[in-house]
Design a protein around this ligand. Sequence first.
Ligand SMILES: [Zn+2]
Ligand SMILES: [Zn+2]
Ligand SMILES: [Zn+2]
Length: 148
Amino acid sequence: MYGRHQWRRRFRANACRWTAPRESILDLLGRTRGHLSAKDIYLSLQPTFPGLGLATVYRTLELLHRLGIVQKVTSSDGQGRYQLRSVDQQDHHHHLICSRCGLIVDYRDFVREELELVKKTEDALAKKYNFVIQDHSIEFLGLCEKCR
Ligand SMILES: [Zn+2]
Ligand SMILES: [Zn+2]
Ligand SMILES: [Zn+2]
């Protein structure tokens, strides 16, 4: 479902050394549907890569984020949570984030007006800034049902 080879190519094209721990970070993100923090990833990779430090995991995630390979959302605890950006349009989603408990809701059942607005906005921005828009990430912050 995730075009891992495509990511790898993009990663290499950016002159980054492709190491086994880094690859395993991508693999883990590819296997997980939810959002992982650097610490989650660090803890689950510890048994396999005892030499891998939390700082390296964090730096790798930030790099992947800059390259547009992962999406990052920041929840109320201030920790970034990461999710592989899918190349599959079917998996495209937006986020609702609870700023109290940190709940992250992925939704794909967009309302029609939302799709139209995004499309219109992208077209207008592309024209105004002469910019080729390839993707976007949209998040709404607020309070979930439990925290209201
Ligand atoms: Zn969208
Ligand atoms: Zn909440
Ligand atoms: Zn998500």
